[in-house]
Design a protein around this ligand. Structure first.
Ligand code: ATP
Ligand code: MG
Length: 247
């Protein structure tokens, strides 16, 4: 039995009268590859921003590695690598220079950073591409560089918000393989947030269905398979007309 590493306690975010995240309770255990699946506007990104201490909850709280995200955002930042949907790089400098900059911000000595950058570029499939200016990278390459960027500080957890958007199908397969490797070899806890069912199903071990700020269901994908069920059938029970549609 693994230990809880991310805990959401009755987490709520309101923007005026609008409730973007609605009393969400969730526990993610150490070593999980955890999926957050839901359509546009479900509240996934808002939840992630609250996990990171970048958006203040209206009520409730998040604990990451035992630290409250609102009161201890720096401690949380040390533990978590966050890949936002639109990862920003300095386009006029090379991939390597971008990674060096991140290393510097994280207080990693230059010699150590250089070794690490070389290893990471290989790992994410960008070997030999590091000298290119980031502005010349394709969307898929940017996401890989983004992954290298979040891994540079040796996080315990990585949070990926729509990490495959704009990547071609072959690139998506490679990206998901990399997620499996980071989980299996490095023991990272991974949160994979996406609106794409097939990818969440392939990447994750557990999944929550999210809509209109609420969690609708939590599914263990191995158990689901044993029962001969399919995620798309479960999903459609919640989201399609005539099913257990969420109001
Ligand atoms: N700063 C904000 N001010 C007002 N409303 C916001 C703000 N941020 C998000 N929202 C609203 O909260 C809801 C949830 O948005 P969120 O970005 O969390 O959804 P999501 O599940 O990540 O979906 P997607 O990434 O596809 O947009 C949306 O209706 C969005 O318009
Ligand atoms: Mg989002």
């Amino acid at each position: 039995m693994s230990d809880p590493i991310i805990v959401l306690n009755d987490l709520t975010k309101k923007y005026g009268d609008y409730t973007a995240v609605d009393h969400v309770n969730l526990t993610i255990n150490q070593g999980d590859v955890f999926g957050m699946l839901g359509p546009n506007g479900a509240g996934k990104s808002t939840t992630i921003l609250m996990m990171l201490g970048l958006t203040e909850p209206t009520s409730g709280n998040v604990e990451i590695c035992g630290f409250n995200s609102t009161t201890h955002p720096i401690d949380v930042k040390r533990k978590v690598g966050y890949l936002p949907e639109d990862v920003g790089f300095y386009d006029n400098i090379t991939g390597i220079e971008n990674l060096r900059y991140t290393a510097q911000l994280n207080g990693i000595p230059t010699a150590k950073a250089n070794i690490k950058i070389e290893q990471l570029l290989k790992r994410v499939g960008l070997e030999g591409q590091g000298e290119k200016k980031a502005g010349k990278y394709s969307r898929g390459m940017r996401q890989r560089l983004g992954l290298a960027d979040v891994l540079i500080k040796d996080p315990q957890i990585i949070i990926l918000d729509e990490p495959t958007s704009g990547i071609d199908p072959a690139g998506v397969v490679e990206f998901i393989n990399l997620i499996h490797e980071l989980s299996e070899k490095d023991g990272l806890t991974i949160l994979f947030s996406s609106h794409i069912l097939d990818q969440v199903q392939k990447a994750c071990q557990r999944v929550v269905l999210f809509n209109k700020g609420q969690l609708l269901a939590e599914i263990d994908l191995a158990e689901m398979k044993e029962k001969g069920e399919d995620l798309s059938d479960i999903y459609s029970q919640y989201f399609e007309e005539g099913g257990k549609k969420h109001e």
